[in-house]
Design a protein around this ligand. Structure first.
Ligand code: B1M
Length: 214
């Protein structure tokens, strides 16, 4: 089996340095060389972002550096997208996704979206810092079977509960299955707020989401 560890370290380095153009070239070259897209995602991109996250925590890098690393991550995952999304040509149904009110983190959400699309599900992306009322209005439109809520901050995970409560008050809670996730979210928090599913990562989110379409 081919060893891509050198290419993975190069991609991880480029991500940490926020080299958006170079990372796209490097990811494409590694794909063309036969590396599995899922491994590029996990062993190069997510590994690189973990290093950035650790440095951010220890105050070794600051918001601007993290932002340019995030931009490089998003560019790289766009390059991977067609390779990850092999399954499904005709959408089996629709889902809605957003990062909740007050929260600007979108990398995990974008990955979850990409993986769900890979299961042949059309995903409407309401973006980041999404107003609770906007989510309720979208659910009322009624064509989505699943609602995916991402939150990365301990201060914003409670906005997942706000959405569920607002849907209940509007009488539309049962129109959708609600999936929650994001680093601070746990199964017990999901149970406590009345979500239908919690998953730890994007791949399992896609697996579970697909089960809601029969
Ligand atoms: Co922020 N940030 N950030 N940040 N940031 C974290 C989350 C933090 C853990 C860093 C740290 O201190 N170590 C910390 C949160 C602490 C806490 O609440 N416990 C933090 C903080 C404090 C902040 C600010 C408050 C910093 C400040 O301003 N002082 C600020 C808040 C801004 C806001 O949102 N209002 C802030 C800002 C930012 C940037 C804008 C600079 C940037 C975001 C850029 C962007 O997203 N476009 C940023 C980043 C990049 C990070 C870290 C470094 C990386 C996050 C990430 O993208 N990870 C992060 C540290 C870390 O996580 N190591 C950090 C990669 C991504 C693939 O993982 O999003 O976890 P993740 O997604 C995973 C799973 O969680 C899951 O699937 C994905 C993987 O498969 N998942 C789901 C996600 N959503 C899901 C939904 C599902 C299922 C699974 O179902 C629906």
């Amino acid at each position: 089996m081919a060893d891509f560890s050198e290419q993975f370290s190069e991609i991880s380095e480029l991500l940490q340095r926020g080299k958006a153009k170079d990372i796209v070239v490097s990811v494409q070259k590694t794909l063309d060389g036969g590396a599995p897209p899922g491994e590029i995602l996990e062993k190069a991109l997510m590994a690189g972002m973990d290093i950035v996250g650790g440095k951010f925590k220890r105050n070794e890098v600051f918001v601007p550096e993290v932002l340019i690393a995030a931009r490089a991550m998003n560019k790289a995952t766009e390059t991977l997208k067609p390779y990850l999304a092999k399954e499904g040509i005709n959408p089996v149904g629709k889902a809605i996704i957003c990062t909740v009110k007050g929260d600007l983190h979108d990398i995990g959400k974008n990955l979850v979206k990409m993986m769900i699309e890979g299961k042949g599900i059309e995903v409407e992306d309401l973006g980041v810092d999404c107003d609770t009322q906007k989510v309720v209005d979208k659910v009322k439109e009624g064509d989505a079977k699943v609602l995916c809520l991402s939150a990365l901050l301990t201060t914003t995970m409670t906005a997942q509960k706000d959405v569920i409560d607002a849907l209940t008050s509007a009488g539309v809670r049962d129109k959708v299955k609600i999936m929650v996730g994001g680093a601070p979210v746990t199964q017990s928090f999901a149970d406590e707020i009345g979500a239908d599913a919690y998953t730890v990562d994007a791949a399992s989110a896609a697996e579970v989401c697909r089960t809601f379409y029969g």
